[in-house]
Design a protein around this ligand. Sequence first.
Ligand code: ATP
Ligand code: MG
Length: 329
Amino acid sequence: RPRVLSGIQPTADSFHVGNYLGALRQWVDLQATHETFYSIVDLHAITVEHEPKLLRQRTRVAAAQLLALGIDPERSTLFVQSQVPAHTQLSWVMECLTGFGEAGRMTQFKDKSGKGGADHTSVGLFTYPILQAADILAYQADAVPVGEDQRQHLELTRNLAQRFNSRFGKTLRVPEPYILKATAKIYDLSEPRAKMSKSSPGGSLDLLADVKASVKKIKSAVTDTEREIRYDEENKPGVSNLLSLLSVFTGTSIPDLEVSYQGKGYGDLKGDLAQVWAEFVTPLQAAVAGYLADPAELDRILSAGAARATAVASKTVADVYQKVGFLTV
Ligand code: ATP
Ligand code: MG
């Protein structure tokens, strides 16, 4: 079976619909056909200022959401990144293969570092795409299911794998991105030209948010001053985003939705989306609460996952360390 690796940061109290459609839905589906490794990437979460207690809580909530969405710990290796030393061990080698300018071209860094000035931007935030490359390469992954925003980091990962292989001999598998076009980029509800993000919660549609609050958010989503319900990303980004979401959750194609909304208003579109959203998250929230009721069991699942992940990833580290000329222990 081909291998899959992907990760998600425990940087918020909930995952949002962009995380779900861009990545997590594929995580669940790929379990049927691939050998799957899924990580809650807490090392990445400390690249920005954080609160320790909150991080611990969010890591468990992340695990509970993944289980509730259908990640099966029997079929998938579900683990917390900081519990598997191979990631940081491999990361150092990858950092030494990365050009300073090459790292500086990562657009996510440019976006995220802008905010507080140079002294509030950690070196970790700068090097995080390299740690991410190590996350993937440690498992010799064939495919990486992610959203469109991660494409550039995947390209860096591929370049580093190829560079390592050409310098030290074939060692690392060069992974392919697995990005589904229709849901690769979900937009912010209040700022429909920006990516929905955990770090800008104002316009994100969150799996664990109070359903009534989410309905309100959907109803106040930014649209445009026309009245026509039509898919046009360029001129009608808000309406197009709502159509994409409704299309996925109802299984109806966008052209069919356009036909069925002829003569109707934005309020109708939003009302229908609010309804399918409520139907989707209500049972999900109950399942998450069930997993969170037994944190010891959650921790046990994660420890078992970490042991399995370590067994695979430490082999890659040993191979890489031998190839670069370190003495073997
Ligand atoms: P943060 O703001 O903390 O970076 P995030 O919302 O970008 O949070 P990540 O944990 O960085 O979430 O990413 C988890 C996965 O979700 C990645 O595969 C990423 O590509 C995907 N993803 C994130 N936002 C979106 C989005 N708006 N549309 C589609 N996929 C997304
Ligand atoms: Mg992100």
